[in-house]
Design a protein around this ligand. Sequence first.
Ligand code: AMP
Ligand code: ZN
Length: 670
Amino acid sequence: MDILQTIQNLREELNLHNHNYYVLDAPTISDLEFDQKLKQLQALENQHPEYFDENSPTQRVGGTITKNFQTVAHDYRMYSLDNSYSKEDLIDWENRIQKVLGNVEIEYTCELKYDGASISITYENGKLKCAVTRGDGFQGDDVTNNIKTIRSIPLKLKGNNYPEKFDIRGEIILPLAGFEKMNQELIEIGETPYSNPRNTASGSLKLQDSTEVAKRPLDCLLYFLIGNNLPFLSQYDGLQTAKSWGFKVPNEARLAHSLDEVFAFIDHWDTHRHKLPYETDGVVIKVNRFQYQEELGYTAKSPRWAIAYKFKSEQVSTILNSISYQVGRTGAITPVANLKPVQLAGTIVKRASLHNADQIEKLDIRVGDTVFVEKGGEIIPKIIAVDLTQRPENTEPTQYITHCPECQTELVRTEGEANHYCPNFYGCPPQIIGRIQHYISRKAMDIEGLGGETVTLLFNNNLVHNYADLYELTVEQVLPLERMAQKSAENLVNGIENSKKIPFENVLYALGIRYVGETVAKKLAKHYKNIDALQQASLMDLILVDEIGDRIASSVIEFFENEENQRIINRLKAYGIQFEIVEKINPNATQKLVGKTFVVSGVFSIYSRDGLKEAIEDNGGKVGSSISAKTDYVIAGENMGPAKLEKANQLKIPIITEHDFIQLLNDAEH
Ligand code: AMP
Ligand code: ZN
């Protein structure tokens, strides 16, 4: 079979598996098999850039940088929806409709109103062409590269009855579980968590680096098609057809034959919506038949044939019993409100998050107050206001704690930061335990046989005081711990032993340096290659690394300057932890570019930026970060920076395109 055919078969296969996994939620192969096929395709595409396809499943990992999003006009305007808040509002709406249509029987499609950011995606000849945000309804931002990373959005359609060109509209959402997980990771590295899924979803669309978007667990729920020659005559059939083309259309939509059936739909979802994996803020009711929709037309802002019914956001009032303060792994203090237990959105709420001192001050919240609690996107509900009319007499404003509740050290608050910190990093129990728990976690050292609770036990029993101590543990020492048996004790010690094989980038993340999350750890590991080089890097060096800012750089410096950390790292070295990157061996590597240094600038169409850098390195060349006399070539894509251009011209360094680069590779000997 020829290469192109192999590539095309792989693409088709991967598209199908993506659909099974992300749209149907019914995968038919393992993640491992999927990854292997994807890698195989990626390798073939790298070797054969002439078969590049912007809609290949390999493009989903991102890799493009967009500095400015282009403004694009919508072919069809994106309207808003009128809102309604009661059944009376809906009866009025139906009366208005009947005035126009006469006394015909009207069917309605009832859908959930997904709470995210709206998007319009254009397909041409069955392929994703571009994706544009709503903007002002007439024109929006072209966010195609970011949208393509969302796995549930088909890059190629299934079936064959789609028109040549059409737009499909939907909502980009961040499912609750994914949102919660993202926040957990932020909290772990000492960052402030996101406030709600909707804003995070819409913010994600405008990230400049599509690789970052690819990492976010975004999803897209579709609800509306528009274009010429659509092969259906009603909204409901449109939804079913979109589904058959491979789009993710939620199954909850129903056809209602009367307003009473609409009301039943609303009543059902008013209570059941909290069980959905994503947030909704209402129901959208649409006149089903296109013929009637056309007769009804539009007002200045919205269709007359559709209306949103907004759920009342669920709120209850209860009493604030006390405020407690938690100390995190990085020393950050989080105040928590302890409430008189109350029923809210199907669960009993006892605690609510209070974020930080500013918020307590802003709300002027006091123990004994009656407070309003609301359930938003987070699992932990929020306090939105204090009912001042219910305030008991003689209350005092809340005094934020000045000392750590766990170790009594005086707290600090850095200028410009929202949180107070306990600076006793090496003596404050929750910080010590938290750091070890982070060290053993799945994305860090992935230590099997050891869980968070056991870490607490080990610490409380004076067996470990830092993560290096783990490597000294013996079966005899852990055996007496609660719920330990011979087998589990052996597993624990073996699990720790096995972590010596974990690659450097994970180790770097595991160290728990503030602001060094997974991505940053990877970048640093790739750049410095080993811990000694990283340890010796100056602040300036660090800032020059792609995407490492001031804040991260200072935190890295501070970490390595600390003597306790140095001692721990030396011990880890002695135990045989990986402190060096193991270069992956590429079977297609050549020596064609040995001795040549390239600087890459701008946005490319054949390669992703990282892909291009990889191609240079795989062929023996070097990638420089800035243009100097040592640079042999500048590979320029679209939007190359003017400063770089000037510098290259000044130094008379040849500026080539990615096509020239491919030519260069083809012409080179060896
Ligand atoms: P609003 O922003 O309040 O004017 O509401 C209109 C927005 O609701 C639309 O722009 C869509 O982004 C969003 N929406 C969410 N779910 C649906 C749905 N099922 N049908 C139509 N619009 C929806
Ligand atoms: Zn403390």
